[in-house]
Design a protein around this ligand. Structure first.
Ligand SMILES: [Ca+2]
Ligand SMILES: [Ca+2]
Ligand SMILES: [Ca+2]
Length: 390
């Protein structure tokens, strides 16, 4: 195991190689390292596999002494990366060099075992915190893993958050009440300086009316709950997905999102900031002001995405709801609902995004008013707060 803060690079070269990493698990040790699994063998030379294990806790499911679930054992975060720092560009067929990904075909990615500090929040929040700076065991790989990427949580209540993958993937929760989140929402783009991520860690998202949505999976992925009461939540998948509940009472959520109107660069067109008091009519999906001012004069327009924060919320990234404006008068804004859902597109794929804009929600204001309804609460277990800006 590499020393804290160090990097170990593994290269089995030609023929079949099996890379196996036993991590400490999120609950054990301040392990902080990077392992690069970068096989330089030719693409058709052998079958390379990568397997990462979490901790095998016996604290699975519900704690009988409290009647509540045991604390989350392992938190796995799977993401794409723009490039892998420190690797040479001299072997471009394996490594993408140190410049931002500009046509790299190897699709670097990583698995991170997060070690959140006590009190840093529930595992969903921790996994979604893109600027996560805590102790992390990181295993970087690319699509030279042409056999299988396996991530095994073993015993304990484990959480798997998947923003993207670069190899055929098998997630195995094992014993315990495990949760799987495929695709996550973010308040801001993940491929820009304001994301808080280093350029190496930038990854693509697509703009929806609920925020920026990650790809979920770019290579086929199987999620196996194993025993226990497991939860599967799918926000996005760009490759085949197979969910296997296993024993226990399992919950499956498949969530669809409406694409938001974006500019030419795939960034949401947001409404201006209004900090005054409004009256919200949830049934009609309207916001009304009575301060004598004009929404139109303030710059609000049909097609903009509107984030509505509650009273006293000082951070406009912590929006309570977001929806697209379908009509504006001087004193009233009407929010569009019941939007048609189209296939997501990468922010890097301009052409599909252009067609998405052609179907932008702002052009869907023909719904009869009687059929409009209040914006739905945000999906899944994050129903109380739409998406946390990180
Ligand atoms: Ca090999
Ligand atoms: Ca575990
Ligand atoms: Ca399980």
């Amino acid at each position: 195991m590499p020393r804290a803060g160090t990097t170990l690079t593994l290269d089995g070269q030609g023929d079949t190689d099996h890379y196996v990493v036993y991590t400490h698990g999120s609950e054990h040790g301040d392990a902080h390292y990077v392992i690069n699994v970068l096989d330089s063998g030719a693409a058709a030379d052998g079958v390379d596999t990568l397997t990462a294990y979490g901790a095998d806790s016996t604290a699975s499911g519900i704690d009988p002494s409290t009647g509540r679930p045991y604390p989350t054992d392992d938190i796995f975060l799977l993401r794409a990366a723009s490039y892998l720092p420190g690797e040479s560009a001299a072997r471009p067929d394996v490594y993408c060099g140190t410049a931002a990904d500009g046509g790299c075909t190897n699709h670097p990615a990583y698995i991170a075992v997060l070690h959140p500090a006590p009190g840093s929040g529930d595992p969903l929040t921790v996994a979604q915190t893109s600027g996560y700076a805590g102790v992390t065991e990181r295993i970087a790989y690319d699509n030279a893993v042409n056999g299988m990427l396996s991530v095994l949580g073993l015993g304990g209540n484990d959480h798997f958050a998947v923003d993207d993958n670069a190899a055929i993937t098998n997630l195995d929760g094992g014993a315990g009440a495990d949760s799987f989140q495929i695709g996550q929402l973010f308040g801001m783009r993940r491929d820009a300086a304001y994301s808080g991520l280093s350029p190496a860690d930038w990854f693509p998202t697509v703009a929806t009316t609920r925020g920026y949505l990650s790809r979920g999976a770019s290579a086929p992925l199987t999620a196996q709950g194993g025993s226990g009461d497991d939860t599967f939540s799918v926000y996005s998948n760009q490759a085949a997905l197979r969910l296997e509940g296993g024993a226990g009472n399992d919950l499956f959520l498949i969530q669809a999102f409406a694409l938001a109107r974006t500019d030419a660069h795939g960034t949401l067109i947001m409404g201006p900031v209004f900090t005054g008091t409004v009256t919200v009519n949830a049934a009609a999906g309207t916001l009304t002001r009575s301060d004598g001012g004009s929404f139109i004069a303030d710059g609000f327009a049909v097609g903009q995405t509107l984030a509505v924060a509650g009273a006293g919320v000082g951070n406009d990234h912590d929006a309570a709801h977001a929806a697209v404006i379908s009509a504006v008068t001087a004193t009233t804004i009407t929010l569009a609902t019941g939007l048609t859902v189209a296939a997501p597109c990468s922010t890097a794929a301009r052409s599909p995004c252009r067609s998405a804009r052609a179907r932008s929600p702002g052009r869907r204001s023909r719904s009869p008013p009687g059929r409009r309804r209040a914006p739905a609460p945000s999906p899944g277990r994050r129903a109380a707060s739409w998406p946390t800006a990180t």
